[in-house]
Design a binder for this molecule. Structure first.
Ligand code: ATP
Ligand code: MG
Length: 440
């Protein structure tokens, strides 16, 4: 049997309501913050990720889905959303005056990383993310964080905690890096193998390592916050003051360093505090990347963004047993009995759809009993029956499933105004009748 590739998931029709719930809720929240959607290609030149995410990160060094195409171009399925959007930002001159500034965009798309699959960790997964270009205002950081928190709240999630940190400006970050190398070098033998490898080129990753040995040593390591210059400190202080002004609880956690090279100043993560998603507890991560646009050849432009893992979000919704709306039933189901009824059934079901109703029918000429069962299962409001007799008389049988009331309607009337006939049978007028004594 052919199987889906390792680390991928099929999202089946029985599960799609959850996805629509998340996507619809997200779009509504994003709209209210005036973000516009952007869609970029699924693959990009691999250089884009090497030059932005960074060669020493796990994403680029181990997790890339890269390949040569038939024209000998070295491409990669995108592992994250920010770099492609920065590329598009520069390529289409979205910094120009004809675009709103700052530019606020969002994406909701699949990402690809060659990782060891487990719950909440896949090789193809989905991220919802935002990017804001052109504002150094700490309000931008705080609104971005508030947006993510609002979304979780709107979805009905609880038990989430916000952790923030500052990486300072690039030179401060560099000083910190050197201090870390100095601190860890004499302890090298006691570090995990991964961290021994990282020591020279990405020592900051040792700080957020999940390995016990690394964790113990990291406890007394230098702290980035001691390396912040005046400007960075002011920005970070304001972010905290603004979060407090919005009553958003947070913890300053200096061990959060994020995996990507391009961050500076504010970074943050939102974690599940219960064990809903096990080891994969980070649902959202992001921060400020003021140097990235310039680094990729664009004009000097500040940036801020985050990414939310949608699979982890849905795991949280499931494990926290959040009530999610399910799609409602059909307005009309047409039972078709006998071959003679086939054409009239087709006309009726199409007329219902044309008038905006949700309608379906039997295609398989099944027994009346099993067609009734289907109508029930589909939770249809009206069930229309068409058999040989209905075709001959030009009148169809209609049953209101809620009240059990049966009526006969002329086929021609349905064709002329399906919605009108539907309303007559389904809109409850009893209150009006009572008030006006049935006059209307
Ligand atoms: P982790 O430490 O869990 O590997 P990360 O730092 O690599 O996360 P980011 O690059 O910040 O993750 O991506 C943002 C979010 O995307 C994560 O917080 C997570 O929710 C989600 N995510 C990342 N990688 C995966 C994956 N392989 N499968 C599912 N979701 C993922
Ligand atoms: Mg990762």
């Amino acid at each position: 049997m052919l199987k889906k590739p390792k680390g991928t998931e099929d999202i089946l029709p029985v599960n799609i309501d959850k996805w629509h719930y998340v996507e619809d809720t997200a779009r509504a929240v994003l709209d209210s913050y005036n973000f516009k959607e952007i869609r970029t290609p699924l693959f990009e030149s691999i250089d884009l990720f090497k030059r932005s995410v960074g060669n020493t990160t796990d994403i680029v060094s181990k997790e890339m889905y890269d390949f040569m195409d038939k024209g000998d171009r070295h491409l990669a399925l995108r592992p994250e959303g920010t770099a492609p959007i920065v590329r598009a930002y520069i390529e289409h001159k979205l910094h120009g005056p004809e675009h709103p500034q700052p530019l606020k965009v969002y994406y909701m798309e699949p990402m690809f990383r060659y990782e060891r699959p487990q719950a909440g960790r896949q090789r193809q997964f989905h991220q919802l993310g935002i990017e804001v270009f052109g504002s150094t205002n700490p309000s931008t950081d705080v609104e971005g964080i508030a947006l993510a928190m609002d979304l979780f709240d709107e979805l009905g999630l609880s038990n989430l905690s916000l952790h923030i940190n500052s990486l300072g400006k690039p030179d401060e970050r560099e000083n910190y890096r050197n201090a870390l190398i100095e601190y860890f070098t004499p302890l090298k033998d006691q570090l995990s193998e991964d961290s021994q490898r990282r020591l020279e080129d990405n020592p900051m990753r040792i700080i957020d390592s999940k390995d016990k040995r690394d964790k113990a040593l990291a406890e007394s390591a230098p702290v980035i916050l001691d390396f912040l210059g005046e400007e960075s400190q002011k920005h970070f202080d304001e972010v905290q003051a603004f979060l407090k002004a919005l009553n958003i609880p947070f913890t300053v956690t200096p061990t959060i360093v994020r995996g990507l090279d391009y961050y500076q100043d504010t970074i943050f993560e939102i974690l599940a505090t219960d064990d809903s998603i096990g080891a994969q507890s980070t649902v959202c991560g992001g921060g400020r990347y003021d140097g990235l646009v310039e680094q990729l050849g664009g004009p000097k432009t500040p940036g801020f963004g985050f990414g939310i893992g949608l699979e982890r979000l849905i795991l949280l919704l499931e494990n926290q047993e959040v009530d999610m709306p399910e799609s409602e039933g059909l307005d009309v189901f047409v039972m078709s009995l006998g071959e003679e009824a086939n054409m009239m059934t087709l006309q009726v079901v199409q007329a219902a759809r044309k008038d905006g109703l949700v309608a379906d029918r039997d295609y398989l000429n099944r027994s009346m009993k099993s067609q009734f069962k289907t109508a029930d299962k589909l939770n249809a409001t009206l069930v229309i029956t068409i058999g040989e007799q209905e075709v001959q008389t030009g009148k169809v049988q209609v049953k209101h499933q809620g009240t059990g009331k049966q009526t006969e309607i002329a086929f021609d009337d349905l064709m002329a105004d399906f919605m009108g006939e539907y309303r007559k049978l389904t809109v409850d007028t009893s209150a009006i009748d009572k008030y006006f004594g049935g006059k209307y």
